[in-house]
Design a protein around this ligand. Structure first.
Ligand SMILES: Nc1ncnc2c1ncn2[C@@H]1O[C@H](COP(=O)(O)OP(=O)(O)OP(=O)(O)O)[C@@H](O)[C@H]1O
Length: 244
């Protein structure tokens, strides 16, 4: 996205934000509460529209080619959006229909993704019967059914216990490396970043404060830890959590 701005009335939520998520890489969008992460996700998914700036998804302009752009996008929102009274399989089937996947292909894709996330055996259970971590996994499986080129996740580990959090973070890192998908993962938890392979974008009060590979961000902050760099670029914010 380039030069993206958005305001709620007089309140500026995003100010000339430009960032990219590269294919095959995990980009961590780090920002404290109120930084503008959810607003950015709403713009990426067209829940909000901005006249200032441009968003391209897998080469498609979101404003001019919304169908093609959104077809290339997988989304996991901050709040769960599953139907609790449908089974895991029914939730996935419904979503596949929305994306126009033929039934046979939809079933195949559901099996692949649920198996990968260890949930195939539980496909006929109602989502209501699953714990928070398993529901999150179902949402991730659902977001991947149509094989998006870009996957965006808005603080997907909020409320999960540390082992479940680790499992999801590792899973998405692995997917990124093996499928070539671009991932944009919003978080305020520093320990979700892999300092070796990830890119980091630090957003504070609607503006990008730093972006690049971890060593670049550390050098810009004259710091040797990402937690310190985060504090440096987000003054007057609560300290970043390194672990749950
Ligand atoms: N519907 C709204 N009306 C007015 N202001 C809003 C609205 N939604 C968000 N804001 C403001 O816009 C700014 C960015 O909020 P946003 O929710 O995008 O941040 P965030 O980084 O996602 O924060 P969090 O981690 O708390 O979800 C904040 O100052 C917030 O108060």
């Amino acid at each position: 996205m380039t030069g993206l701005s958005f305001r709620y009335g007089e309140r500026v939520a995003l100010d000339e934000v430009s960032l990219s998520a590269e294919a095959g890489r995990f980009t961590a969008l780090l920002g404290p509460n109120g930084a503008g992460k959810s607003t950015l996700f709403s713009l990426l998914t067209r829940l909000l529209i901005s006249r200032q700036g441009q968003i391209r998804i897998a080469g498609h302009d979101l404003e001019r080619q919304p169908r093609a752009a959104l077809a290339a996008l997988g989304v996991v929102f901050q709040d769960a959006t599953l139907d609790l009274d449908l089974t895991v399989a029914q939730n996935l089937r419904y979503f596949s229909r929305l994306h126009g996947l033929p039934p046979r292909q939809a079933e195949q894709r559901a099996e692949e993704e649920l198996t990968r996330l260890g949930l195939w055996e539980r496909r006929n259970e109602k989502v209501r019967a699953l714990n928070g971590g398993h529901r999150r996994r179902v949402e991730i499986a659902r977001a991947l059914l149509h094989r998006p080129a870009v996957l965006i996740l808005d603080e997907p580990t909020v409320g999960l216990d540390p082992p479940t959090r680790r499992l999801l973070v590792d899973h998405i890192h692995q997917l990124c490396a093996t499928t070539g998908m671009a991932v944009l993962w919003a978080t305020h938890l520093i320990d979700e970043v892999d300092p070796i392979s990830d890119r980091v974008v630090i957003l504070h009060r609607g503006r990008i404060r730093a972006a690049g590979d971890v060593p670049v961000v550390l050098a810009a902050a004259h710091s040797d830890s990402l937690a310190d760099a985060f504090r440096h670029f987000t003054p007057e914010s609560p300290p970043a959590q390194e672990a749950c």
